[in-house]
Each structure stands twice: as structure tokens, then as C-alpha cells.
Design a protein around this ligand. Sequence first.
Ligand code: NAD
Length: 264
Amino acid sequence: MKFSIQSRQDVQSNELMDLAKTYLQDFGLVYDEEEPEIVLSIGGDGTLLHAFHRYAKSLDKVAFVGIHTGHLGFYADWKPSELEKLVLSIAKKEFNTVAYPLLEVQVHHHNSESNTYLALNEATIKSPDVTLVMDVELNGEHFERFRGDGLCVSTPSGSTAYNKALGGAIIHPTLNAFQITEMASINNRVFRTVGSSLVLPAHHNCVLKPVKDQQFNMTIDHIQMIQTDVKSITFNVANERVRFARFRPFPFWERVHDSFIANE
Ligand code: NAD
């Protein structure tokens, strides 16, 4: 089996990376950064986001596994002390994979060009001006004119990240859906938005259409960009899915509990 390792590049993560590489090679696995079948991410959730984007073009061939050298992560759920157990399970191929939905974002420009992005956590849209103004269409029908700080469109596995901080719902990642969550919408006698997060199924789509500005600050997970000359932005559940290697049961709600409720 071919493997690759993404490290957060701090001292502890790099030491663990060297150890994991040696152990796995001792078991006859081949280190291959170009076409790995399993990618170990060592650091935090952010490191796994980097690993995901590094291999986003070969998601059908890759399974990810995360080790946290900081606090317990949603994607990085193995402790450094469990490395040997993990290596043994990888070498013996004693693992299953689970597949989670991703978000597809298509940015259409006035010059007929369009760009497509995949997000593991979310996409956010904000205006370089103070207020973002966007017409929101759901399945081709006008839904609302949004005015506020911005909009966050997240995947189920990303629902525990930025979306949660904005008051969005936590969605189980076996649900094939995406969620639209407001950032500080303006609601008064003149302007109206729904005010709640919306959860859409895989066969629905959401289109944002600029009302006056055509330049926006957009994030796709940890990646920030400026989109100019924007005609519309379409969101839907992607055809691609991300696969995680599972070596033991760690139910999602237990992870939510351990991350947000439990005192360690
Ligand atoms: P980072 O790695 O420091 O991540 C920020 C925090 O988000 C970390 O504590 C990380 O564990 C947590 N996180 C990431 N994905 C998660 C998930 N799916 N579920 C629960 N927690 C998760 O910073 P980064 O590398 O820039 O990561 C980018 C991510 O940061 C974005 O995808 C976004 O979700 C998150 N973010 C959160 C806020 C917020 O909560 N107010 C604001 C901006 C960005």
C-alpha cells in the first residue's frame, strides 16, 4: 500500500511524521506523495483540511486519517500515543472507510468563465464593503434578499466548525445535505431574511446573485480568495465524497460530546 503524510510542521508533528514513516516503511508500505492510498494527517483539523485540498483531485483513491498533536479534532481523532496501534492496523489493512458529503461551489463570472471548488468544511461569502447584499435563490426560485455580514454554506462534517459558531445546526455526516447559515443578517421593518439556518438535500441547489457589488471575499475551508466580476455562485452537494479510514468505532455524537461538552 502507498501512503503519504501531511504534518502541521511543528516539532512534535514532524517527529511523529518521521516515526510513522519509518514504522510504515518497516512494514513494507511505500511512501508516495503523488498517488497515496492512505494519507496520515498529523497536527489538527486544519492540517487535515490542507491534506484534503492537496489530494482533492484523487479523492476516489485516497482515505484520510488524522492524528492530533494538539486538542482532539473532528478529523484528527487519534492520539500520538496510539501511533503504533494505528500503524499496525494500516499494515494489516484492518480498517473500513466511511464517506462523507462535500460541498461544490461554482463561481460564474460575467465573462462566461466559471470556477469550481470543493469544500470539506464550508464556503463563506463576505463583501469587501460593510454589508453583503445577495439575492438568494433556492432551486431556481427567489427566496430572499440577504443583507448582513455574510453567508456560510457548510457540509455536514463542517457543521461543527464555523457554522456552529454562527448558531447553525450540527448535521450528522451520513446525511447527504448542505446547510446555509447567516452571519448577522439585518432584520428590521425594511429588510427581511428567514433568520434560521436552512438544510438542503442533495438534489437541491442554492444560487447567490449579487445585487450591486460584483467583488467578494470568499473562503473555501482555510483558503481565502477574492472573487471579481461575479455573476452568480451556485452551491450543491458534490458528486465527490471524502473517505476517512476508520480503525475503531468513534460515533459522531460521541465526538461532538467529547469536543464540546466533556471536561477532559
Ligand atoms: P484552525 O486549524 O485553527 O481551525 C480553527 C478551529 O476550527 C480549530 O479549533 C479546529 O479544530 C476547528 N475545526 C476545523 N474543522 C472543524 C470541524 N469540521 N469540526 C469542528 N471543529 C473544526 O484554522 P484553519 O486552518 O484556518 O481552519 C479553517 C477552519 O476554521 C474553517 O474551515 C472554519 O470552519 C474554521 N473557522 C472557524 C471560525 C469560528 O469558529 N468562528 C472562524 C473562522 C474559521
